[in-house]
Design a protein around this ligand. Structure first.
Ligand code: ZN
Length: 251
C-alpha cells in the first residue's frame, strides 16, 4: 500500500553504511518510523528531504505496520537551527516530546502545523530561546489535552485578583480570598504574578499562529519557563535527557 503524507523529520538514526530510520511527524498518522534506504549516499535524491527538521512530502510503501520510503520532496528546511547550539538543543527536546507523546497510527490534528511554526521560530532566532521553550511547553500541553483552566478563580470566578495562585494538581487558578479556605497542604499550588497569569492565558487561549508573539520581560520569561516545564513534565510523568542537555548549555 502506498501512503502519501506531509510531515517533518524529527528523528534520524543510521542503519548500516548508507541507510537511516527516520521519524516523521504527521497529522494523519502521528509519528511514522520509516526505513530510508540509501539516503546517506551523496548521490541519493532523497538525502535533502530526509534531513533532520525538514518539512517534506513523503511517499511511503506500507507493509503491515512497516513503512519504507519510496520518494520525498522537500518543501521547507529549517537549516538555520543547526547554526546555534541553544536553539538546536531546544529543537531536539521538542522533537523528543513530540515522539514520546504521539501514538503511532493515530491522528494528531494540528501537531504538524504547531511543530512547523515552532521550528520556524527556532530557525529565525528572533525571540529568546527561553521564551520559545515556555510557549512550546504550555501549548503542547494544550494540544495533548492537558489545558489548565485559566479563565477565572475556580471558587469565586474572579478574573483578576491581587493575589492569584496556580494549582498544578487540579490545573487551574484560585484567588487569594479563596485559597484560605482550601487545604493547601499537600497540594502543589504556587503564587503567580499578574504578568505570569497574563502570559499563561496568552499561550493557552491564542490561536497557534500567534502564540510565539507573546511579549514578556526576561524575568517573567525565566519564571514562566520554570512553571511551564514543571507543568508539562508532570502531565507526561517523565523528564527528557535532551532537556537536561539544553539546561546544561544555556547561557
Ligand atoms: Zn476566588
Amino acid at each position: 500500500m502506498l501512503v502519501t503524507v506531509e510531515g517533518i523529520v524529527i528523528g534520524r538514526r543510521s542503519v548500516g553504511e548508507t541507510s537511516c530510520f527516520i521519524d516523521v511527524l504527521t497529522d494523519e498518522y502521528g509519528v511514522i518510523e520509516a526505513t530510508a534506504h540509501g539516503v546517506k549516499k551523496l548521490t541519493s535524491k532523497n538525502a535533502g528531504s530526509t534531513a533532520l527538521f525538514t518539512y517534506s512530502k513523503f511517499c511511503f510503501s506500507k507493509t503491515g505496520t512497516r513503512y519504507t520510503l519510496n520518494s520525498a520532496e522537500p518543501k521547507y528546511n529549517f537549516l538555520g537551527i543547526s547554526g546555534d547550539i541553544e536553539y538546536l538543543s531546544l529543537a531536539a527536546y521538542f522533537a523528543d516530546v513530540m515522539k514520546y507523546s504521539s501514538a503511532s497510527e493515530q491522528e494528531a490534528d494540528g501537531h504538524l502545523r504547531f511543530m512547523a511554526i515552532t521550528l520556524y521560530e527556532l530557525d529565525k532566532k528572533r525571540r529568546p530561546p527561553e521564551l520559545i521553550k515556555a510557549v512550546f511547553e504550555m501549548y503542547v500541553s494544550v494540544l495533548l489535552g492537558f489545558a489548565p483552566d485559566l479563565r477565572a478563580c475556580r471558587e469565586c470566578a474572579d478574573y483578576e485578583s491581587d493575589k492569584m495562585y496556580f494549582d498544578y494538581d487540579d490545573p487551574g487558578i484560585i484567588c487569594g480570598d479563596c485559597i484560605k479556605e482550601q487545604t493547601v497542604s499537600g497540594s502543589d499550588i504556587i503564587p503567580i504574578t499578574a504578568d505570569i497569569l497574563y502570559a499563561l492565558r496568552y499561550i493557552v487561549y491564542s490561536p497557534v499562529d500567534r502564540i510565539y508573539k507573546l511579549e514578556a520581560g526576561a524575568d517573567v520569561i525565566s519564571e514562566l519557563s520554570g512553571i511551564t516545564e514543571k507543568y508539562l513534565l508532570k502531565q507526561l510523568d517523565r523528564s527528557f535527557k535532551s532537556l537536561d542537555y539544553y539546561k546544561s548549555i544555556k547561557l
